[in-house]
Design a protein around this ligand. Sequence first.
Ligand code: MN3
Length: 196
Amino acid sequence: MFTLPQLPYTYNALEPYLDAATLEIHHGKHHAAYVKNLNDVLPDKTNANLENILSHLNDLPEAIRIKVRNFGGGHYNHSLFWTYMTPQNSLPAKKLESAITSAFGNLDTFKEKLTSAAVSHFGSGWAWLTAAKTSLNIITTPNQDTPLSIGEIPILGIDVWEHAYYLKFQNRRADFVTAWWNVVNWTEASDRFGQL
Ligand code: MN3
């Protein structure tokens, strides 16, 4: 059984940047539905390694491949997304900051580039900072596709589906992304990068 992880903070913890109503529906309804649907598709996968499954989607039977890609990806991406945010102030650790500086010039330029990728991504999807072999990349993925399925490791990412922001920001995705930077959990991103 795949299970909905608890948020590492309360629904109102990211106010005023991200509102409690959106977070509650996003986690308690949208993410919960991905978990339920994934369990319907893969009912016997006790202790299944989702990262491994999503990294090798082509090994799955064709009849369930797209469902696992969507529901499994939805579960995986959202599980990451909650940890990418925090009400606490945080800064990138030295190793991540150096890698960002050498890949993008400096932290502000990186933030501009990830923002631009997130805002210009057409339709539903995600914008990511990923690691692939020796490089850091900014990518976007459509729908619930994960960086894993193209061989990249997610370090930080933002959900740009309308359900992530519409209640508070309506069509203003750029304002949502700007607000999101205030709650980014740099400690988490640094830990993930540090483990590579
Ligand atoms: Mn979402």
